[in-house]
Design a protein around this ligand. Structure first.
Ligand code: AVJ
Length: 318
C-alpha cells in the first residue's frame, strides 16, 4: 500500500536511519535516541518557538554578541573569505554575519535539502550580490566543498551551541573534520553556551509555557507518524536535568506508569519512572571551550561574551 502524503506534500516514507536509530535506541539500556531526530517540520517549528521564549536566552544572547562584535570580527577575518555554515537550518544569525563580513560566497550545509533550498532562496533575495551555494550533506562526515570556492580561504560558522549536542569525543571529531573540509588558512566562528547556575539552565530547557516539553514529546509523535507506532505519548513526561559531572543539560522522556507499545511491528515495555534519553546540551566555560577547540585542531584567536557571561562566541584558526 502507498503511504499517505504528509502535509508538506512529501511522501511520509520513514528515513531508514531514523527507523534504525529509534529501534536500537529503545532496545539499549539506558534508552537513548539521537537529538538530530527532533527536527521534522513540526520539531523545527517548535524549536523556532523555543528561541523566542523568555527562559531560552542562548539565541537572542548570541545574536546580540554577533551584532556587537561585527567591527572586530571583520578586521580579524579579513576580506575575501567564503562563509561555510554547518547545519544552517533557518538561522536568523546568518544575515547578521553576512552583513558584517560581506563574503564573496556563502555555502550553507544541511541534511534537510528542502529546508536548505527554501532558506537559500530567501537569503539570495536579501543579498542579491552574494553567491549562495547550498550543499546538502551530513556535516559530521568530511566534505568536498564546491569547486567555485576552491581559491577562497574559508570561514566556518557553527553558531547556536549546536556543538553542545555532541559528547566531547564527538565534538573533537567534528572539529577535526571541519578543519579538514575547510582547508588551508581557514577560520572558525563558533558559539558555545556557558556553564552557569542550574537556576538559569533548567528553566531554559523546561519553560513555563511547555514549548520545550512539546518539542521533546514531538519525537514520540514523529515515531508514531513515521514508524507506525502506538506509543502512548500522553503517558510520558518531559524531564530536563543538569548533569553536573558531565556539565550538560539532559532531556529525557519519563514513563509515568508501566507501558507497552509497538514501533515498526516490534514490541517494547517500559517501566514506570524509566526514561528515554533524548538530548544532551553540553556547556563550556571559556577555558573548556579553548581546550575543546585545541583538541579539535583549532587555535583560539579571539573570544567574546555578553555582559552576564551567559554565552561564548569564539574565533579560531586552523
Ligand atoms: C539547537 C542544540 C543548541 O541544546 O539548546 C533547545 C536545542 N533543546 N531546547 C540546545 C534545544 C531544547 C538546542 N540546540
Amino acid at each position: 500500500m502507498l503511504k499517505p502524503e504528509a502535509e508538506d506534500g512529501q511522501a511520509s516514507l520513514a528515513d531508514p536511519q531514523f527507523r534504525a536509530d529509534v529501534l536500537a535506541g529503545l532496545e539499549r539500556r539506558p534508552r537513548a535516541i539521537p537529538a538530530r531526530w527532533f527536527y521534522d517540520r513540526r520539531g523545527s517549528e517548535l524549536f523556532e518557538a523555543i528561541t523566542d521564549l523568555p527562559e531560552y536566552y542562548p539565541t537572542r544572547t548570541e545574536i546580540a554578541i554577533l551584532e556587537r562584535i561585527c567591527p572586530d570580527l571583520a578586521a580579524l577575518t579579513g576580506k575575501g573569505r567564503a562563509v561555510v555554515e554547518f547545519g544552517s537550518g533557518s538561522s536568523t544569525k546568518t544575515p547578521v554575519l553576512l552583513r558584517c563580513i560581506a563574503p564573496a560566497a556563502y555555502v550553507p550545509i544541511d541534511i534537510s535539502g528542502e529546508f536548505l533550498r527554501q532558506s537559500s532562496k530567501t537569503l539570495s533575495a536579501a543579498f542579491p550580490e552574494l553567491l549562495v551555494l547550498p550543499f546538502e550533506a551530513d556535516f559530521m562526515r568530511p566534505l568536498a566543498l564546491p569547486r567555485a570556492i576552491a581559491d577562497q580561504p574559508k570561514l566556518g560558522f557553527f553558531p547556536g551551541s549546536t556543538i553542545g549536542n555532541m559528547t566531547p569525543l564527538m565534538a573533537t571529531d567534528l572539529l577535526r573534520a571541519m578543519r579538514a573540509s575547510l582547508g588551508e588558512g581557514a577560520m572558525l566562528l563558533i558559539g558555545m553556551d556557558r556553564i552557569k547556575s542550574p537556576d538559569i539552565l533548567l528553566p531554559a530547557y523546561d519553560d513555563a509555557a511547555g514549548v520545550t516539553a512539546a518539542f521533546n514529546l514531538n519525537l514520540l509523535e514523529r515515531i508514531n507518524r513515521e514508524l507506525d507506532g502506538d506509543v502512548p505519548v500522553d503517558r510520558f513526561r518531559h524531564v530536563a536535568r543538569w548533569n553536573d559531572d558531565r556539565a550538560r543539560i539532559e532531556m529525557h522522556l519519563e514513563a509515568q506508569e508501566d507501558l507497552s507499545f509497538t514501533v515498526a511491528g516490534r514490541p517494547f515495555a517500559i517501566a514506570a519512572g524509566e526514561t528515554i534519553h533524548t538530548e544532551n546540551s553540553h556547556k563550556y566555560g571559556a577555558r573548556d571551550a579553548r581546550i575543546l577547540l585545541r583538541a579539535g585542531g583549532w587555535t583560539p584567536v579571539a573570544e567574546w561574551t555578553d555582559p552576564d557571561g551567559n554565552f561564548g562566541v569564539y574565533l579560531a584558526e586552523a
